[in-house]
Structure formats: structure tokens, C-alpha cells
Design a protein around this ligand. Structure first.
Ligand code: FUB
Length: 613
């Protein structure tokens, strides 16, 4: 029973699914590599990924396959997000069938696109009045919703599915969809109406490959079009030749064709007979999202979203990819010294999530032995304490803080007492010792029988003396407090381009490459000590080479210590700089200043989550 508990994702789910999972499969699954990051969500089944990059964060919109489904029984859509492609935050259910009063079933494969600060979510659903599949559109001012029905009626409908929106460089937007045909309309700038008729893209074998043995579907095109433009070429990635499906693609010189078939992106493999593509570029790499049936109890109607990193070939073609359990490498690290949502998870074992009375989601339905892995946590020179926001309608339990594995070194244990309700939140704090470097953190939950407690968020406090962030307000959550300009320009707290939390620091009006946001460190340094520096940087425009520097003045001589290797940053996303440097001086220290500069130029810079310890 406990083996099943350790493997299946949720207390509720596992009761319903236990009978589905053969013991051999349990053993096989549990034996999966410790570094497995795919599928990206373990506590529910997810399908039909639609990734979106916004403000340096990757959002993945998915459908949800109900537990134990024997059809595409789907009632809601979900959204998850990540800044590192390894730890994913569950944002819950921003839209469901109830959003569309005129729909009664089939919350199937949708796509979200942003225009003028509004997010439009195009979805196929079944229209109650006639049982036909149609396309609805939800809208929200936030990528995590909630979304409302933009029209109060379908945008369009012809019995076909899987909408995907694309905005060309000239501002013209298109909506593509279709199974068994492939259609498009030209969307108006309001994104919720269109001009011209529903137009069919000719499914020629030159354009979409040749299918044999199915005269009614002579080409490979099946469903799930994903259209984008790269280096002047239009790509259409699609699910091919059901069933089972593989992922293929075509290219064209324009958004409506003519299309040329280019081959396979991902062969048919895995336990799901459908697959569904989504492609983005993020933090300098390209990523391919898809789904499979890789979780326990998984299959064609109980699917899971996964992701692979890839590089385009020199000629712009897409390499053939296989499904992996390892997934992509982590981008940067996770900062434990800012508040992290408990539902930011690399791998969840036995937990569930639910809406929190404090906003967002919390982790809940925790039982003895359940755990959460958080990948690549940058403790630096050490944490001294851990605080979690918890609630318990029972007698509570313990949060064990372990490194490297669920049975790895124990660096702290936080007791959670009953709080009189599952949403009666309080803080619990405990000492931490031995959490140093960059490690995988395991929150392992122990206690008696039944549900123990819920967790809304957590954070570590850096150790003092031997470590701790020496910068004031390194996460910028207190605005510009503690920061000053080195040289010229203006500092401001920015709330629209943030890496973590709700604010970043923006330096505009720099007139020299050495100008940057800075802090006086004169009284905070120890001669001869090695310091670890991490920070996230982004330009407002341009691609400057950035480096954090410590100017150390002693006995009238100033030395400039480069704290991390320089890195080229851009305006499209955040770049993390990490490094160590030993700081020493001769004589009497009269001044030490931490600042962030560029190798050349005066581009405006954002910085966030800065740590020097
Ligand atoms: O998830 C329901 C349907 O299965 C989607 O609309 C298709 O793309 C296929 O993945």
C-alpha cells in the first residue's frame, strides 16, 4: 500500500488508480532515474501542452485528463509556469467548461496568445445546443487568469478542433485549427472576431506527406497545428497519422502556405495514442513540448505533458527527438532565500494541490512519507533557518528538509501543529544546518495516519557569520531600498519585468559602462574570504556583456574584483550570472562597493534576486 502511495500522485487519485497499476509497473516506475524531470506534472494527468513565454517566464497551458478516463473526458484547463524549465509552479484552473455557459463537454486542446496586454485562450469545446465541436475564446489580463468567455458564444465552429493563434510580423493574426481538415481565418486586431471566411489549407501530399491505407485521409496531417515563424520561414508542427500519432512538420514561405512536408519531429512512441506539439524559444534555447502516457495508470486518455530541449539544424530543420524521462537541464538555479510557492515542484510524490484561501494554490492532502523535490536550490554558503506557511485540520506532522534524495542528509525538521483548519494558515520555523552549495531539496512529510497538513509557501534564511546574503534587499521586494546608483542614471522598482516575486530593479540613464546599481559593502567584508555571487540580469534593449564587480579600496589603491564571469544578456529573458571570487586587500580598507556594470555601452539594465554571500 505504501509503495503505491509513494508512486501515485495523490491521496485521492491513488485510491482510484491503485487497481490500474500492476506491481511490475510500480517497480519499473520507481526505478526511473533519480534525475527524471519528465513528465513535468505528477499530481494530475495533463495533456495538449501550449507553451507561452511572457516576461521571462514559461507558461504551459494544458488540458486535464480525468483520473481513470476511458475517453477524452476533460472538464478543465490548467496552467503551470517555470523560470528554469525544471521546477514548475501549479497555477490551478484558470478556465473550465463552466466558463462557457453554452458548452457542455470536451475541454480539449487550446492555445494562448498575448496581444496588447490581454491573453486570449482559444479552445475547442462541445456546443450544448447541437453537440458540435466549436471554438471558444477566453480572455484575461493575466497569464494565469482567471479567464472569462470573451464573446458569450463560440468564435466560430465547423465541427473541427485544436485551435492555434499566430500573429505575423505585420500584425495580422491568424487562427489555425482542424481535424480532419486544416483551416484558418484572419483574426481582427481585437483577437475575438475575424474577417473573411473560414479557409481550408489544401492538404496535399507535397505539403503534408503521404498516408497509406486511408483513402479518406491521404496526407499525414491529423490535428494539433502549431504555427510560428523563424528566420523568415513559417513552420507548422502537427500531430500526424492517428493512431498512434507521431509529430511531423511542414514549412512555408508565408502564413497560409504553400506548405512543404519536412518530416518527423517525434516518432510515435509511449503509451498514449495521441501526441500534441508546442514549440518555444526561452533563455537562449528551443524547447519542444508534447504529451505521453508515462505516469502510473497513464495511457491514451490519461496523458502527461513532457518537454525536451533541442537545437535547430543549421539549415533550419528540426531534429528528430525521442521522449525522455530526463527532460531539459535546469536553467540557472532556484533561490531559497525568497518566498517560494510550495506548489513550485520538480517532482511531487503523493501530494496534491488545491486553491488556497491566501490566493494561488497550496500543496495539500499530504500523508506520511509523501515528498516534494525542488531542483537545483542555491544555498550558497549556508542557510540557518526555514520557515513554511502551514495549516492543519488534524494533528499536523513534520517537514523534514533533506538534500539530494528523499532519504538524503537531513538538514532540518520543522514541526507542524494543528491550526484548527486546513486553510487556517500560520508560520512554522526551524533551524537548518548543513544546507550549502546548490543541491536538490526534498521536503519530506512525516506524521501519523491520514492527512497531516497543507503548505502554502516556504523560504530559507541565510546563515549569518559564515554566510547569508550580505546585500540589503537582494530580491528587490522592498523596491530600491539599500540600492544606489554608481555613476549616473536612475534606479526604479519595476513591477512588469520581474524574475521572482513582484519587483525588479531597473537602472536607466547610464552614461558610462561602469555605471550600475550598487551597494556599499565597506563594513560587510572579511579579508581573504571567498564569496558566492548570483544575480539575474536582463537588458531593456541591446545585448550587453554584464558583470558584477566589487571595487575594493585599501591604502589608497582600488582593485576591481570580477565576481562572476561576464555574460551576454538580452531583452527577451533573464540571464543568471553565478560565480565565486576571493576578496582580499592589504592595509586598511576604506571603501568597498558592489555594482553591476557592462563591458561596454550604456544599455538600461534590470536586475533581480541578487545574492552576495
Ligand atoms: O485532448 C483531446 C484531443 O486529443 C486533442 O484535442 C487532440 O489534439 C488530441 O490530443
Amino acid at each position: 500500500m505504501k509503495l503505491a502511495s509513494a508512486l501515485l500522485r495523490s491521496a485521492r487519485t491513488r485510491r482510484r488508480l491503485a487497481w490500474l497499476v500492476a506491481p511490475l509497473m510500480l517497480v519499473t516506475f520507481f526505478a526511473a532515474p533519480a534525475k527524471a524531470d519528465n513528465p513535468i506534472v505528477q499530481h494530475i494527468y495533463t495533456a495538449d501542452p501550449a507553451p507561452l513565454v511572457h516576461n521571462g517566464r514559461v507558461y504551459v497551458y494544458t488540458g486535464r485528463d480525468e483520473d481513470g478516463s476511458t475517453y477524452f473526458t476533460m472538464n478543465e484547463w490548467r496552467v503551470f509556469s517555470s523560470t528554469d524549465m525544471s521546477n514548475w509552479t501549479d497555477h490551478g484552473v484558470p478556465m473550465n467548461l463552466g466558463t462557457f455557459a453554452w458548452a457542455d463537454a470536451n475541454a480539449w486542446a487550446g492555445h494562448v496568445i498575448e496581444r496588447n496586454g490581454q491573453f486570449y485562450w482559444y479552445v475547442p469545446v462541445r456546443q450544448r445546443s447541437n453537440g458540435q465541436m466549436v471554438i471558444g475564446v477566453g480572455v484575461s489580463s493575466s497569464p494565469t487568469g482567471p479567464f472569462r468567455d470573451a464573446l458569450g458564444r463560440p468564435l466560430l465552429g465547423n465541427g473541427e478542433i485544436d485551435p492555434h493563434a499566430f500573429i505575423d510580423d505585420n500584425g495580422q493574426a491568424y487562427l489555425y485549427w482542424g481535424n480532419p481538415n486544416l483551416w484558418y481565418v484572419r483574426l481582427n486586431p481585437d483577437m475575438i472576431s475575424y474577417s473573411g471566411g473560414l479557409t481550408q489549407i489544401p492538404l496535399t501530399t507535397a505539403g503534408f506527406g503521404t498516408r497509406t491505407g486511408n483513402p479518406s485521409r491521404p496526407t499525414l496531417y491529423e490535428e494539433g497545428p502549431w504555427v510560428y515563424k523563424r528566420n523568415g520561414t513559417y513552420y507548422n508542427i502537427f500531430a500526424a497519422e492517428c493512431c498512434g500519432e507521431f509529430i511531423a512538420y511542414s514549412t512555408a514561405p508565408g502564413p497560409t502556405g504553400p506548405w512543404t512536408y519536412r518530416g518527423t519531429v517525434m516518432p510515435r512512441q509511449g503509451a498514449s495514442f495521441t501526441n500534441h506539439p508546442g514549440i518555444i524559444d526561452y533563455a537562449g534555447s528551443s524547447y519542444f513540448f508534447y504529451h505521453n502516457g508515462a505516469l502510473p495508470g497513464g495511457g491514451g486518455f490519461t496523458r502527461s505533458v513532457a518537454v525536451e530541449r533541442f537545437s535547430y539544424n543549421a539549415d533550419g530543420s528540426i531534429p528528430v527527438m525521442n521522449m525522455t524521462t530526463a527532460g531539459p537541464p535546469q536553467v540557472g538555479t532556484l533561490n531559497p532565500y525568497v518566498t517560494q510557492e510550495a506548489e513550485t515542484i520538480n517532482w511531487g510524490n503523493g501530494i496534491e494541490t488545491e486553491a488556497s484561501s491566501e490566493g494561488g494554490m497550496n500543496v495539500g492532502f499530504i500523508e506520511n512519507g509523501d515528498w516534494i523535490r525542488v531542483r537545483g536550490v542555491a544555498f550558497g554558503t549556508g542557510a540557518s533557518s526555514f520557515t513554511a506557511r502551514v495549516a492543519s485540520g488534524s494533528g499536523g506532522g513534520n517537514i523534514e528538509l533533506r538534500l539530494d534524495s528523499a532519504t538524503g542528509p537531513l538538514v532540518g525538521t520543522c514541526a507542524v501543529a494543528g491550526t484548527g483548519g486546513w486553510q487556517n494558515w500560520t508560520n512554522t520555523t526551524c533551524n537548518v544546518s548543513g544546507a550549502t552549495g546548490t543541491r536538490d531539496l526534498y521536503l519530506r512529510f512525516t506524521g501519523g495516519s491520514g492527512y497531516l497538513f497543507n503548505i502554502n509557501n516556504w523560504r530559507f534564511t541565510a546563515g549569518s557569520g559564515s554566510g547569508g546574503n550580505l546585500l540589503t534587499n537582494g530580491n528587490i521586494e522592498s523596491g530600491t531600498t539599500g540600492w544606489s546608483v554608481f555613476g549616473s542614471g536612475t534606479l526604479s522598482a519595476n513591477t512588469s519585468v520581474v524574475r521572482g516575486g513582484t519587483r525588479s530593479l531597473l537602472h536607466t540613464g547610464r552614461t558610462g559602462s561602469w555605471n550600475g546599481p550598487s551597494q556599499d559593502m565597506t563594513s560587510r567584508l572579511t579579508n581573504g574570504r571567498t564569496y558566492t555571487t548570483t544575480l539575474w540580469v536582463r537588458s531593456q534593449s541591446g545585448t550587453p556583456s554584464v558583470r558584477p564587480t566589487l571595487a575594493v579600496t585599501a591604502n589608497g589603491t582600488t582593485n576591481y574584483v570580477q565576481l562572476t564571469p561576464a555574460a551576454t544578456v538580452n531583452a527577451n529573458g533573464w540571464t543568471q550570472l553565478t560565480g565565486t571570487a576571493t576578496v582580499s586587500w592589504s592595509g586598511t580598507l576604506s571603501n568597498a562597493r558592489f555594482y553591476v556594470e557592462t563591458a561596454a555601452g550604456t544599455d538600461s539594465l534590470y536586475i533581480d534576486d541578487v545574492s552576495f554571500q
